[in-house]
Design a protein around this ligand. Sequence first.
Ligand code: 4NP
Length: 157
Amino acid sequence: MVNVLFVCLGNICRSPTAEGVFKALVQREGLSDHITVDSAGVGAWHIGSPPDSRAQAAARQRGIDLSKQRARQAVAHDFERFDYVIAMDSQNYGDLTRMCPKGGDDRLFKFLAFAPQLGINDVPDPYYGGDSGFDGVFDMIEAAAAGLLDDIRANHL
Ligand code: 4NP
């Protein structure tokens, strides 16, 4: 089993979208028995909340349902449970580096490293922007999800 955790700041916009998109891809590829997918936030503000309605709407337009997800906070133990701990941006990556137990940082990745063709390092935080930000974020997440699955296939399956 390969266990994947996506992490952003609030766990209500970017990482739930990544969880939904990657789960759908894994299902489509018939790999649900081999790959588990979860998401979490560095911050605690939104624990127990469903994804932001704008993130849900952007995902729904692309056929992905985020409504059943609930936010949780990332914890150090996640580095033992998950093979991939994937930060949405450099700030999340830095926070996770500080939380990570010694030797666990070989499991820590930046999501857009799996989509080098985009030439972007960070999935931008859409929380304080308009609705269009959520569509752009969705496109980046789709591209990186495909690259991540390639990486898992190459290294684990
Ligand atoms: P996310 O977006 O990290 O993509 O879930 C945010 C959601 C909420 C906040 C910040 C970012 N906030 O400050 O409440």
